[in-house]
Design a binder for this molecule. Structure first.
Ligand code: PMP
Length: 297
């Protein structure tokens, strides 16, 4: 498959307040964010021309900036309007949105108080790749080598670029060994998350998921919990040790990119995607593609 590089495409990117031609959305090599990871971002999905949970994602971007000690120089309303503007300019119906805020090149060194904060928003086409039937086979995961850091070791509640260094390492190891993804434990040895998605276990009809005290409380995770509650499922957010996977009948991951994706294998454990996975996948599809229901979820 030919790779189309992300810096060599047609279209428009919203960059510091205006739409610029895609190829000219550049940053200098001495940009602080490139050297010191002073950068936060979002990942959003467009379904039927509408950005799903735009308000929640835009608010998280602002919060992530605060956690990294900077103010994104646009209001929530301005970020939402800009995101919608790029979706329209690109003519995207089903796609992915990537807002990114970062420290510029005014200072080089650990201290960066004088850097300008930039914001860019890019959108590209991302049609649904798997049919629900194909997805029901489930993904295969191995154990990750790296652990999620403790909340006093890294700003774990921010969607910050620096936190993804170990995710890329784990994902590369997983793919090199023939797996789809890796499951990361936290620094205590408890189940944490995939390299870009949260995890849920179905144990005797109840939904168990790790308490998000050292990783992102995903917007999809929160949506799925609301959907499960509406189905009268009991939700248990708690510390979960890896050997408890032996008790799970079904396992799935959730995320903006993953949506709700069943898991068939983690290390030595096997699962059969079933009724609960299917129900939540269908419920999620329904609200993601329906504006009225989505805002109520
Ligand atoms: N954990 C990590 C590490 C992620 O990158 C993501 C994707 N943003 C998630 C969890 C899921 O978050 P969300 O549902 O908000 O996309």
């Amino acid at each position: 498959m030919a790779i189309i590089p992300f810096d060599d495409r047609d279209g428009w990117i919203w960059y510091d307040g205006k739409l610029v031609p895609w190829r000219s959305a550049q940053a200098h090599v001495l940009t602080h964010a490139l050297h010191y990871a002073s950068c936060v971002f979002e990942g959003e999905r467009v379904y039927g021309g509408r950005i799903f949970k735009l308000r929640e994602h835009s608010q998280r971007l602002i919060n992530s900036g605060h956690i990294l000690g900077f103010e994104v120089p646009y209001s929530l309303a301005e970020i939402e309007a800009a995101s919608n503007e790029v979706v329209r300019a690109q003519g995207i119906s089903d796609g992915y949105v990537r807002p990114i805020a970062w420290r510029g090149a005014e200072q080089m060194g650990v201290a960066a108080q004088l850097t300008k904060i930039h914001l860019a928003i890019a959108v590209w086409e991302w049609p649904a790749y798997f049919s629900p039937d194909a997805k029901m086979k489930g993904i295969r995961m191995c154990w990750a080598k790296w652990a999620r850091p403790a909340p006093h070791t890294a700003p774990t509640q921010a969607k910050a670029a620096g936190l993804y260094m170990i995710c890329t390492l784990c994902k590369h190891d997983a793919e090199a060994a023939g797996y789809d993804d890796a499951l990361m434990l936290d620094w205590r040895g408890q189940l944490a998350e995939g390299t870009g998605a949260n995890i849920f276990l179905v144990i005797d009809g109840e939904l168990h998921t790790p308490a998000p005290d050292c990783f992102l409380d995903g917007i999809t995770r929160q949506t799925v919990i609301a959907l499960a509650r509406a189905r009268q499922l009991k939700i248990v957010e708690r510390a979960i040790m890896p050997d408890e996977l032996a008790k799970a009948q079904e396992v799935f991951v959730t995320g903006t990119a993953a949506e709700v994706t069943p898991v068939s294998e983690i290390g030595q454990y096997r699962f059969t995607p079933g009724r609960v996975c299917k129900m939540l996948m269908d419920d999620f599809d329904r609200i993601a593609k329906n504006a009225q229901a989505a805002s109520a979820a």
